[in-house]
Design a protein around this ligand. Structure first.
Ligand code: G3P
Ligand code: CA
Length: 320
């Protein structure tokens, strides 16, 4: 028996079109929309978004060095972000990883060590290290390959050192700029590190130039208690339903969340509740680099700032 499919097909085509249209409306206009691609209303002006250079402009310079900070400033970032740790002799240095291996030549300068942890090296030892050549050799974001780094910048990077917090703050002050200091959780010395960071910020009169953040929320609370004049931020991957309570308890007014949180309906709802609780609460998202994603975030109403390795890219978007 021959089956005639023509009539059912004609009937089903308009239904499919209606279903696709309905799905589009649902995704693009609904309040529970989890996709920043689609949510494009409410922001008053696009330039409200804070451009935060993640570990400096780390796509075009070795991360967490003074060169990366300066390049971020030149690229138009509103502030830079860097990571703070203790050395063995309790100096504060700017470095992300727990060890010195990835971002310095420590293994060739100090071969056969049992530990390459930052906390196992004195400041003098760390200052002997080359913190730039790894970047030139590995070109982690292909920016050297693409001609985005000049020869004179390359020459300068060969001299790069791990900076102290004091050096980072001095540069920030000279540029009349801002910095987000992320304190890495460091076990037993946690209380001391936050005390020393706050003490240095106070000594340099830089309360207005600094935000202190950490994944360890007790450190954030301590910082806020030590000096309420210094802004503080909680770092989380995804905001939980009790996030407002945590903000109130710690005294933080900024929440730094992972970009992936914006793909979770529950996390978005928690952010909405936080924002609804008062204008003083700001939300920054880390770490976003793709051009399209940055463009979407510029128009995303729950987000006030973005950490990016490409501050120049975000500046161009904000200016366009
Ligand atoms: O502060 C935002 C971001 O820097 C947190 O992640 O691993 O880059 O320090 P991480
Ligand atoms: Ca960080």
């Amino acid at each position: 028996m021959e089956i005639n499919t023509s009539t059912p097909c004609r009937n089903i085509v308009p239904l499919i079109i209606v279903a696709i249209f309905a799905a589009y409306i649902l995704l693009s206009g609904g309040n529970n929309n989890v996709n920043p691609i689609m949510e494009n209303n409410n922001r008053m002006t696009e330039s409200e978004l804070t451009n935060i250079a993640h570990r400096g402009a780390r796509s075009i310079a070795p991360e967490n060095t003074l060169i990366a900070a300066r390049k971020a400033y030149e690229a138009g970032a509103n502030m830079w972000e860097t990571d703070v740790q203790f050395t063995k002799d309790r100096h504060l240095v700017l470095i992300h990883d727990e060890t010195l291996v990835r971002t310095t030549d420590v293994e060739s300068v100090y071969p056969n060590r049992n530990s390459y942890a930052v906390r196992d090296f004195t400041l003098d030892q760390i200052k002997k290290l080359d913190a730039g050549s790894w970047f030139l050799d590995s070109d982690p974001f292909d920016r050297i390959d693409q001609g985005k780094v000049t020869q004179s910048e390359i020459d300068e990077m060969e001299e790069a050192k791990v900076p102290t917090l004091r050096e980072g703050l001095k540069l920030t002050r000279r540029l009349d700029w801002k910095v987000n200091l992320e304190i890495k959780p460091v076990g037993s010395s946690a209380g001391l590190i936050v005390k020393n960071v706050v003490g240095l910020v106070e000594e340099m009169n830089m309360e207005d130039n600094v935000v202190i953040s950490s994944f360890d929320h007790s450190l954030v609370k301590t910082a806020a208690e030590l000096n309420p004049e210094i802004s503080t931020a909680l770092l989380v991957e995804e905001p939980e339903p009790d996030i407002l309570e945590s903000m109130r308890e710690t005294g933080a007014e900024t929440l730094n969340v992972a970009g992936s949180a914006l793909e979770e309906a529950r996390a978005i709802e928690n952010l909405r509740e936080l924002k609804a609780a008062g204008d003083k609460y700001t939300v920054n998202v880390y770490t976003v680099n793709e051009q399209d994603a940055l463009k979407r975030l510029v128009r995303y109403p729950l987000v006030d700032g973005v950490f990016t390795d490409f501050p120049g890219r975000l500046t161009s978007i904000l200016e366009s």
